[in-house]
Design a binder for this molecule. Structure first.
Ligand SMILES: CC(C)(COP(=O)(O)OP(=O)(O)OC[C@H]1O[C@@H](n2cnc3c(N)ncnc32)[C@H](O)[C@@H]1OP(=O)(O)O)[C@@H](O)C(=O)NCCC(=O)NCCS
Length: 181
């Protein structure tokens, strides 16, 4: 039976799951648990979580592609004070077992439909040049919407602390202008 995925606003009780998803993502910088709490509360209107009630053929709920509380993906975002016509994707992640099925794409659509993002004219994000899945995700959104996806360097590698190890530069993707929603 296919998983039924629902999209909703995050709450403080989701923050630990988001921290775990980020930790296990294999690609994201892991922020502090407190940062995810702020995200799930102060930035709830511009963020979204995906939950699923995975059910196997024998009716055993929760066996497949599901973390402890059923959160299988999230987008944490905000409206940058310096660029308020944009909705910025701070982090996006999909649980490993759920990847490659279009969930990332659906999460971005749900993100753009959030009350705090509905009037945004642009979606912005930063991506490291080696993250093929993320680049494909954002380019696919731009293609589906029939709008551009401009790339520029946002943060050079040198601005990251050397003590934290080698960090790739962060490219900014600017998708839009977005159609009215
Ligand atoms: C990036 C991520 C969220 C994508 O989620 P997903 O649910 O697998 O994505 P989708 O299934 O919706 O696929 C979206 C597009 O990306 C492509 N894609 C997905 N995984 C890919 C991969 N590993 N390599 C190349 N392309 C990939 C899909 O083919 C699809 O392209 P299409 O629109 O042309 O068909 C997921 O891989 C992830 O959580 N990665 C770890 C965290 C991360 O890197 N976040 C982004 C940081 S900016």
């Amino acid at each position: 039976m296919p998983d039924v995925v629902t999209f909703r606003a995050p709450a403080a009780t989701d923050a630990a799951d988001l921290w775990r998803l980020a930790r296990d993502s294999g690609a994201l910088d892991l922020n502090s648990p407190y940062a995810y709490l702020l995200w799930c509360t102060d930035f709830a209107a511009t963020s979204v979580v995906a939950g699923t009630d995975a059910v196997t053929a024998d009716g055993d709920a929760g066996a497949r592609g599901r973390d402890a509380d059923g959160i299988v993906g999230f987008v944490g975002g905000y409206r940058p004070p310096t660029d308020p016509t944009s909705a910025f994707v701070w982090q996006v992640a999909v649980a490993d077992a759920q990847r490659g099925r279009g969930l990332g794409r659906r999460l971005l659509s749900a993100f753009l439909a959030r009350p705090g993002n509905r009037d945004a004219r642009w979606l912005t994000a930063t991506v490291t040049p080696d993250n093929a899945a993320s680049l494909a995700l954002f380019q696919g959104l731009a293609d589906d919407l029939g709008v551009g996806c401009r790339q520029s360097e946002r943060f050079a590698a040198e601005v990251f602390p050397v003590e934290a190890g080698v960090h790739q530069p962060e490219l900014e993707l600017r998708i839009g202008p977005l159609p009215p929603r």
